[in-house]
Design a binder for this molecule. Structure first.
Ligand SMILES: *[C@@H]1O[C@H](CO)[C@@H](O)[C@H](O)[C@H]1NC(C)=O
Ligand SMILES: *[C@@H]1O[C@H](CO)[C@@H](O)[C@H](O)[C@H]1NC(C)=O
Ligand SMILES: *[C@@H]1O[C@H](CO)[C@@H](O)[C@H](O)[C@H]1NC(C)=O
Ligand SMILES: *[C@@H]1O[C@H](CO)[C@@H](O)[C@H](O)[C@H]1NC(C)=O
Length: 427
């Protein structure tokens, strides 16, 4: 409640500074401010995030759910199964929506998603495989960590014990993923690559398990070890960001993705909230500063104009950055307006430049999506890119056909819309 008041007060302050642009449906339209967003385009309107998120959730089920499972390529008339990562994110996005709406249809959907995931579950490993091909498919720690977090938050929201007991099994699998030689959590079971994302997300799952009632000190120790490891071993000083991972201590993969810093931000914020140890504020502040720094590699740096620099990743990764920003706002510093503004900018970017007819594209580059998103970007950025569609996003690789909606992107986008609602309602 307090946070909401802070947000309202500060956004009202922002509204006063508005230089006088007007938009359709401008009532209570504080955040849709060109100074914050850095752009405008013809026909731009504001959105009520609650209804946009509900619409996205409904579209996702209408497009991809066949009554008993999610079908890959349903809009294109194909059949096929999605990977368990997609399922993890749709479970989480449905929890996020249920927390906001308390819509009982959505809690029924949680139960159906949980059941649909059973075909990925390996009861001897107490973990989920990437594909239902149990025995032959990998078991990834990052997927399992997202699954555990989704189940724990589903338990928190519904008190349904099936989610809690399954999450306990998965969390014990995650703790076993700690690499005893180098530290960190490996990407997949039986594989050697140590991944930043597996390390952050496994730590988050352990902390959430603790908060949900399984109060084992081991969970907190594990999470602290994970964060210490990341700063000691995975931090790349030259880029001021984490490595993606390590093959051994000498073969570093220096890819940078927003979900590394986003999940680490959630982790540092939660550890601070739970322990009140100032060390975690130091970590969180370092992470927030690199996450908002448009000179660094989390942003698309094609444009010299900083107003046109947005997170370079699609919704599949950005959702975890949004979560990190929201966690930092809630648990560390609700008064830092630059955080609120970046949540608004990055969500609004996805709404404006990755939107399709019945959902969203996965590609963050407007000119690779549709003619409409290309036009919006050209107008907003003052450029004249031509539409060069990423054909893999369309049915049969044909840009005159429907979009081949992917569950991962639809669920990720739903999260990007649900997560900010306690802070920002109108965007
Ligand atoms: C509740 O959720 C269902 C399923 O997504 C949706 O069809 C329905 O419109 C929602 N109800 C409200 C009041 O938003
Ligand atoms: C892990 O590796 C061991 C030894 O090579 C093998 O027997 C086992 O089947 C593997 N397990 C999985 C789930 O890949
Ligand atoms: C998710 O997004 C990243 C970064 O934008 C991209 O490289 C990756 O291919 C996407 N992953 C999937 C499975 O679509
Ligand atoms: C988008 O893709 C086009 C074509 O590949 C490229 O020229 C442009 O620089 C990209 N823009 C951004 C913002 O990534």
């Amino acid at each position: 409640m307090l946070q909401k008041i802070f947000a309202a007060v500060f956004m009202a302050a922002v509204a006063i500074a508005d230089p006088g642009y007007s938009y359709t449906s401008s009532e209570n339209n504080q955040i849709l401010n060109p100074v914050i967003l850095g752009y405008t385009y013809e026909g731009m309107q504001s959105y009520d995030l609650r209804s946009l998120a509900q619409q996205q959730h409904d579209n996702m089920f209408n497009n991809l759910w066949d009554g008993s499972t999610f079908v890959n390529g349903k809009p294109c008339g194909n059949t096929g199964k999605f990977n368990v990562w997609d399922w993890a994110v749709v479970m989480q996005s449905t929890v996020d929506g249920y927390v906001i709406t308390k819509n009982s249809t959505m809690s029924d959907q949680l139960d159906k998603i949980f059941k649909g995931m059973e075909e990925f579950y390996d009861s001897s490993m107490k973990a989920y495989h990437v594909t239902p091909d149990i025995g032959n498919s990998d078991i990834d720690y990052d997927d399992n960590a997202q699954i555990a977090s989704a189940f724990i938050t589903a338990y928190d929201a519904t008190q349904n014990k099936q989610y809690y007991t399954r999450a306990q099994d998965v969390v014990s699998f995650l703790l076993d993923g700690w690499n005893k030689n180098y530290g960190g959590v490996t990407w997949a079971y039986n594989k050697s690559y140590i991944a930043t994302i597996s390390t952050t997300e496994s730590a988050l799952a352990a902390l959430r398990m603790y908060n949900a009632g399984d109060k084992q000190q081991e969970y907190i120790t594990f999470a602290q070890n994970c964060l210490d490891f990341l700063f000691q071993t995975m931090w790349e000083e030259s880029d001021q960001l984490f490595y993606d991972g390590l093959g051994t201590l000498t073969t570093k993969n220096t890819d940078h993705f927003t979900y590394h810093e986003g999940t680490a931000l959630s982790l540092a914020s939660m550890l601070y909230d739970m322990t009140k140890n100032q060390l975690f504020v130091t970590y969180a502040e370092k992470l927030i500063s690199v996450s908002l720094n448009r000179e660094l590699g989390l942003y698309n740096r094609d444009y010299s104009n900083y107003q046109l620099r947005f997170y370079k990743d699609g919704a599949n990764f950005t959702q975890l950055m949004i979560q990190g920003l929201v966690d930092y706002h809630n648990l560390v510093d609700p008064l830092d307006l630059s955080v609120t503004h970046e949540i608004a900018r990055s969500v609004r970017y996805l709404i404006d430049f990755t939107v399709a007819d019945k959902g969203y594209f996965g590609d963050p580059n407007a000119s690779q999506n549709s003619q409409t998103t290309t036009n919006n970007w050209n107008h907003a950025a003052g450029v004249s890119d031509s539409w060069t569609p990423d054909l893999s996003q369309y049915c049969n690789g044909d840009s005159s056909k429907d979009v081949n909606y992917q569950l991962l992107y639809q669920a990720s986008m739903a999260r990007c819309l649900w997560l900010p609602i306690p802070i920002i309602e109108i965007l």
